[in-house]
Design a protein around this ligand. Structure first.
Ligand SMILES: CCCCCCCCCC/C=C\CCCCCC(=O)SCCNC(=O)CCNC(=O)[C@H](O)C(C)(C)COP(=O)(O)OP(=O)(O)OC[C@H]1O[C@@H](n2cnc3c(N)ncnc32)[C@H](O)[C@@H]1OP(=O)(O)O
Ligand SMILES: Cc1cc2nc3c(=O)[nH]c(=O)nc-3n(C[C@H](O)[C@H](O)[C@H](O)COP(=O)(O)OP(=O)(O)OC[C@H]3O[C@@H](n4cnc5c(N)ncnc54)[C@H](O)[C@@H]3O)c2cc1C
Length: 673
């Protein structure tokens, strides 16, 4: 039998090989769990190997040494070369293969086609009529045109009903007049809007006969297809550097009474007829489909960002030696410290959990998307509730995990050589885009409050909120039953979420009966409401993890996932235990049990730590991290990496003659006086 950890190679750092030899499971079989099939895991590696054989697709130098202009150019250069090889490298109809190709070749900092693939094409697929698809979608898929999704404005992002860009129907000419009447009405933020795209789906407030019909989607050509010059009545540009994600030209757009044909409104579900008659869609929020598309996929992208940072941190922690546990023995790998394990391992478990919850979410999304094709909208509310909660909780916990990974690398974590700070900057954008986290938690809370009301009225609720009408134990059975079952943990999570949902509900009801208007009462309860949403979502994540472990057949993989799940349940429960202590559902003795199970779990995970992160099969090319190198040879490569610094081109910088020398000379002169 070969090595179970598939990353072992001759010449690797002995400390990292030692870790890999301890693996109790086949890392490539584990990759099949993470990427949802063995075939998908194989394809990732095949794509990476093929890319490595194409010299023009390699980074010209480490990305942190590029200026913003060079980053934009480098991403565009690679997109050009990728287009030539695309059909040889991937199945272009497979989103996961395309996403992987992007991560390996270009990375997370963006590229000119980022929003084209993530939102422009999906919005046309979901909202364009067949005729419109012929006109734009097929051209977009062949990349004859490049588009984006332009919704957010300088003054409004969260509250779509107050978008100031107007699309006023002119019956006489059968046109819409698109206008940005104020500075704050300018579109501001859309990815690739600034310089790359020549088309955009613009979301504007529809006005017919002076009546406001709310946000609707319109196809707008922004630039000449040959010269790329902005068309008349259009002002467009880049919004400037951001915290990260700087290979992407997030942009602004000002429309000055721009006229577009009536047929440029995306009309698959909603219509404006020639005479201005408005025909409602089957569901009022069908036009929000592009946002739901991204939200549904964000769990997996966040899991990927988190796993990338942890791969870097755990590999580095296995070659970094500092200090002693036993003073008579050599310095230990920092991974031996319990604090280091506690800092990293629970986040490894979360990365797996997000990936499993993500797979379930994408399945539901695909079903709803198919239903919507035929006008069936029953599950839209469930999907909106689920994706709103998950996008908020998963992005927030990912942020925490990446920052812990950075700190766990000590000083070198702060260097861009770790690349963790870039991953952090890219990932935390997710807390804001596709709906600011608080706003989306409050969307889920609306759904939860409706369910709570139904239960209070004696109705049975099912599905994602079914546990609200299920029987509850007054006291948790954790450590109270002979058999060790995850059910006792999941029931405790259910209890906590249920209690908080009803606490928020009762508070809201009390305020409403005291006569407070609904929106004011809602605002006064909103912290409690967001707590309810978080607890409900964390329950879902834990359940999704347990469902996956339950379904795994391979004994060694099941055992390894079982260890991670055990860690996850104990760690997460400790994190929210105050809710269960408050009403005596858990007692001090049970808390001690949970804590000792957590510490035991850390020890159990330790031998497999490197293998759990290796199983994500993230190549050096896609990690772009000196600390996270597969071979563990960090130090000599840190030194090589620093040679790229433009400050090292000469021994003496011009600033010496200009500023430092006069400063020192004058100081010396003064001290002689
Ligand atoms: C393999 C594929 C790869 C995919 C990869 C993904 C990669 C991700 C990484 C990419 C990296 C970078 C890309 C970055 C992209 C970022 C793009 C953007 O940010 S686009 C802009 C996003 N903007 C927002 O998200 C705005 C947030 N605001 C809203 O969504 C809405 O304003 C609101 C939902 C908060 C409120 O809407 P409003 O119309 O005002 O709602 P009402 O109050 O009238 O009604 C509430 C009512 O409607 C229901 N609702 C709302 N939305 C939906 C929905 N989508 N589906 C179903 N139902 C919905 C809601 O539940 C309420 O129902 P009630 O019954 O009344 O409670
Ligand atoms: C990297 C990145 C990429 C983006 N890409 C795109 C894109 O391609 N296309 C596009 O159209 N947009 C894009 N956006 C914009 C993004 O979708 C919005 O910034 C986001 O939806 C948040 O809206 P906002 O900026 O209006 O925040 P605001 O709503 O102004 O948020 C400010 C604060 O107000 C709070 N708040 C607002 N409303 C409420 C409420 N009702 N209840 C309680 N609290 C509230 C928020 O919680 C937050 O704390 C992008 C943004 C980023 C950062």
């Amino acid at each position: 039998m070969g090595n179970l950890n598939k990353e072992i190679r001759d010449g690797d750092h002995p400390d990292i090989t030692e870790e890999r030899l301890k693996s109790t499971f086949d890392t490539h079989k584990m990759a099949a769990q993470i990427y949802n099939s063995q075939r998908a895991a194989d394809r990732r590696n095949e794509i990476t190997s093929a890319v490595l054989k194409i010299p023009e697709l390699q980074d010209i130098k480490p990305l942190p040494f590029l200026s913003r202009e060079e980053k934009v150019e480098e991403a565009a250069r690679k997109i050009g070369i990728l287009s030539e090889h695309l059909y040889d490298l991937v199945n272009v109809n497979d989103g996961a293969e395309l996403y992987h190709l992007n991560n390996v070749v270009i990375g997370g900092e963006g590229n000119p086609l980022a929003l084209h693939g993530v939102m422009f094409i999906p919005v046309l697929q979901a909202q364009a009529t067949d005729e419109q698809k012929k006109k734009w979608l097929y051209r977009a898929m062949k990349r004859e045109i490049i588009g984006t999704y332009a919704q957010t404005e300088m003054g409004h992002g969260s509250n779509l009903r107050k978008l100031e860009t107007t699309a006023t129907y002119d019956k006489a000419t059968e046109e819409f007049v698109l206008n940005s009447p104020t500075t704050t009405s300018m579109k501001w933020w859309p990815g690739n809007l600034g310089k790359s795209t020549n088309y955009a789906v613009v979301v504007a407030t529809l006005i017919i006969n002076e009546k406001d019909y709310g946000p609707h989607s319109f196809m707008v050509q922004l630039r000449d297809e040959n010269t790329h010059k902005p068309l008349p009545n259009i002002e467009v540009g880049d919004i400037g550097p951001k915290m990260a994600y700087n290979a992407t030209d997030n942009g602004f757009l000002k429309l000055n009474h721009l006229r577009i044909p009536r047929t440029n409104m995306l009309m698959k579900h909603v219509k404006v007829e020639k005479d201005g008659t408005y025909i409602k869609p089957p569901h009022a929020k069908m036009s929000y489909s592009a946002m739901v598309h991204v939200r549904a996929h964000m769990n997996n992208t966040m899991a990927y960002f988190l796993a990338s940072s942890l791969t870097i941190a755990v590999r580095y922690s296995s070659i970094r030696r500092q200090g002693h546990i036993n003073p008579k023995e050599p310095e230990v790998k920092v991974l031996e410290y319990q604090t280091q394990q506690h800092r990293l391992f629970p986040h490894i478990a979360r990365a797996y959990a997000f990936s499993f919850a993500g797979a379930e979410t994408v399945r539901l999304y695909e079903k709803v998307k198919k239903d919507m094709e035929s006008g069936e909208t029953e599950l839209m509310a469930d999907l909106h509730a689920l994706t709103s909660g998950l996008k908020s909780v998963v992005t927030y916990l990912t942020m925490q995990g990446i920052e812990q990974a950075r700190q766990s690398c000590g000083g070198h974590g702060y260097s861009m050589a770790s690349y963790i700070s870039e991953i952090y900057g890219i990932a935390i954008g997710g807390c804001t885009y596709e709906g600011e986290n608080m706003v989306m938690l409050l969307q889920l809370a609306r759904y939860l409050m409706k369910a709570a009301k139904a239960v209070k009225e004696g109705k049975k609720v099912e599905g994602l909120v079914g546990y609200l009408s299920a029987p509850d134990n007054r006291h948790s059975l954790i450590d109270r039953t002979p058999e060790k079952s995850y059910d006792t943990y999941l029931k405790t999570f259910e209890h906590i979420a249920r209690q908080q949902i009803f606490r928020a509900f009762d508070k809201l009801e009390k305020m409403l009966t005291s006569g407070l208007p609904h929106s004011e009462a809602w605002n006064k309860c909103s912290v409690e409401l967001t707590r309810a949403s978080r607890l409900h979502t964390r329950l879902f994540i834990a359940q999704a993890f347990a469902r996956r472990v339950h379904d795994v057949v391979d004994f060694h993989i099941k055992e390894a996932l079982d260890d991670l799940l055990h860690l996850h349940l104990n760690y997460e429960l400790l994190d929210v235990a105050s809710y269960a202590l408050e009403d005596g559902h858990l007692c001090g003795e049970q808390m001690n049990f949970i804590r000792s199970e957590l510490y035991r779990s850390l020890g159990k995970i330790r031998p497999n730590a490197v293998s759990y992160v290796d199983a994500w099969e993230l190549s050096d090319m896609e990690l772009r991290s000196v600390l996270g190198r597969r071979d563990g040879h960090v130090y000599e490569n840190l030194y090589k990496w620093a040679q790229n610094s433009s400050l090292n081109r000469t021994d003496v910088l011009p600033v010496f003659e200009k500023y430092l020398k006069p400063l020192m000379m004058s100081a010396r002169k003064n001290s002689k006086l």
